[in-house]
Design a protein around this ligand. Structure first.
Ligand code: FAD
Length: 320
């Protein structure tokens, strides 16, 4: 019996949020008196997989099929189900992100497991496996007990601080009985954004909304981000209007981030936007409307026109 955790990587580099998931799974395993096994799919070097040991994993089950370098939902579900059955796992951990949302519910149905999405705490074993989770787009918390024998938990990224230790993993190959239909969707092109700070891992984020008026003004966001060494993000209508790429959109239907500093410029602060950013340590809001709802969630607010405030803020940071 072990706790298993699904790993995400980008071109063979394990994502920071997956190290968080491993650390989380390892702590649960320890409380259950067992160990954590990481499941890695696609082309990842052994030296990279060894890093999982630094966050508590004891074993890695690797499926080195290069078709898995892209997300094929059916194939990923099949490999996680195979791993869970092989390891006789009681707990399966994924991230609460785009991939996790596609995989975890299907795996839970197949294994007749209870599913906790939006997990924000370790399970309290004294309370019958009770977990704190985010509900109503992050507006409230709920405490749920998972009563099934097998449990699937989707951890919200950036919930816990990473703390590295020493440790190594045993790497084993996992054989999965894939079928052709598992790879029915062909990925024909992958466009990677390079040279920017990955949004999910960023400590500082500068984000823009419709108040920026159009893509021609995005230099104001980028200039401030550059001075701060921050990543850039946006509200959903901005991505829908193709002012910015969709991977920058944060919120209920986009990414969830928890940076140390989130600067929101010309964003109203709708509940669906807050769902993705309300866990930020410090929120700074710039909006010309003093009644904008975002000010209620802000630590610092500037009532003003982004066209004037952003250049002045950028200049101030440059001089700092
Ligand atoms: P607006 O609501 O148009 O607000 C623009 C703001 O800019 C206003 O507050 C205005 O006062 C201010 N402003 C205008 N000009 C200036 C200026 N010159 N200087 C300073 N301030 C200025 N939204 C998301 O962001 N992420 C999501 O994941 C998401 N998911 C959704 C899911 C569902 C099911 C639904 C129904 C909606 C979702 N939305 C999401 C949309 C959300 O409800 C809001 O419509 C959206 O967040 C608004 O974006 P915005 O603040 O950029 O634009």
């Amino acid at each position: 019996m072990s706790v298993i955790v699904l790993i995400e990587h980008s071109s063979g580099n394990i994502k920071k949020k997956s190290f968080e998931a491993v650390q989380y799974a390892s702590e649960i395993a320890q409380r259950l008196g067992t160990s954590a096994t990481a499941v890695v799919a696609g082309s990842v070097a052994d030296s990279e997989m060894q890093k999982l040991g630094e966050y508590g994993a004891k074993k890695v089950l690797h499926v080195p099929d290069e078709r898995l370098n892209n997300l094929h939902t059916r194939a990923y579900c099949r490999l996680l189900i195979t791993a869970a059955r092989q390891e006789n796992s009681e707990v399966i951990v994924t991230l609460h992100d785009v991939n996790g949302r596609a995989i975890a519910p299907r795996v839970a149905v197949a294994l007749k497991a209870g599913l906790v999405s939006g997990a924000l705490s370790y399970p309290d074993l004294d309370q019958g496996f009770m977990i704190k989770k985010s509900v109503f787009s992050g507006k409230a918390f709920a405490f749920v007990k998972v009563t099934t024998a097998i449990k699937v938990i989707m951890l919200v990224p950036n919930t816990f601080q990473l703390s590295k230790t020493t440790g190594s993993v045993i790497i084993e190959k996992l054989s999965v009985p894939f079928e052709d239909k598992d790879f029915a969707i062909k990925v024909t092109e992958v466009n990677k954004v390079t040279g920017q700070i990955p949004l999910a891992d960023a400590e500082l984020v500068v984000s823009g909304g419709r108040g920026l008026k159009g893509p021609e003004n995005w230099g104001l966001i980028e200039n401030l981000a550059k001075e701060l060494g921050a990543a850039t993000a946006c509200s959903r209508p901005v991505a829908d209007a193709h002012w910015r790429p969709h991977h920058e959109h944060v919120g209920q239907t986009g990414g969830t981030i928890r940076p140390n500093l989130y600067i929101a410029a010309g964003i109203s602060g709708a509940i669906q936007h807050l769902a993705g950013v309300s866990g930020s340590k410090t929120i700074v809001v710039i909006n010309k409307d003093p009644e904008a709802p975002f000010f209620k969630a802000a630590n610092y607010g500037v009532v003003g026109d982004v066209m004037e405030v952003l250049p002045r803020l950028t200049e101030a940071v440059r001089k700092f």
